[in-house]
Design a protein around this ligand. Structure first.
Ligand code: BTN
Length: 182
């Protein structure tokens, strides 16, 4: 791994932490909030590609684990990583890696709708399909109740998927994955 790749990954971890300054939207009926940080997860995948995208989220989880307040509401620490949000948080590097893998494949003929499709499959569906059952398990509710509750995330998640695709198209010329796929 080159130093430059590490720097890009760290920059995106920082960006996701900055998105955490946007206050969370608690839903009341499930213990996981709506957060802008998933926008950063999708951007990391789209913009950085498979390796750096996944790495940026691994770094982000390490920052949470050592107790830095990088999640919305200034949260961090090991307790969060075994709480109701745990499945969601651990799904983030997987999602960023898969979005990045797909993004590298489509990069030579990049189009907004293609990026959006990757974001919807890996950044929205996969994240919720991993996160919701684990949330249900940790809160002692049924998997179906967890999945039904997670439907409330879909409108916001879809909007973030669109924003990430549009921003990536705008930043395409300066993307670090440009040089990898040429
Ligand atoms: C946290 O504890 O700060 C929340 C982390 C997980 C939030 C999940 S990610 C997918 C879904 N979309 C959201 O806006 N929130 C949940």
């Amino acid at each position: 791994m080159k130093t430059k790749e590490l720097v890009y990954a760290a920059l995106f971890s920082a960006l996701i932490a900055v998105l955490g300054l946007i206050p969370p939207l608690p839903l009341g009926f499930i213990p996981v909030p709506i957060t802008a940080q998933t926008l950063g997860v999708m951007l990391a995948g789209c913009f950085l590609g498979r390796r750096m995208g996944a790495l940026s989220l691994v770094i982000f989880i390490i920052l949470i684990a050592i107790g830095l307040p990088v999640l919305t509401g200034g949260r961090g620490g090991l307790a969060v990583l075994v709480g109701p949000s745990a499945g969601y948080i651990f799904s983030w590097p997987i999602a960023a890696g898969l979005i990045g893998w797909y993004s590298e494949k489509i990069w030579p003929k990049l189009q907004t709708w293609k990026l959006l499709a990757g974001n919807l499959i890996f950044g929205v569906m996969l994240v919720n399909l991993i996160g919701a059952p684990i949330m249900a398990l940790i809160t002692n509710t049924s998997v179906w109740a967890g999945l039904a509750g997670a439907l409330a995330f879909l409108p916001g998640d879809i909007i973030k998927a669109v924003i990430a695709a549009v921003i990536t198209m705008q930043l395409k010329a300066i993307s670090p994955i440009e040089e990898k796929v040429q």
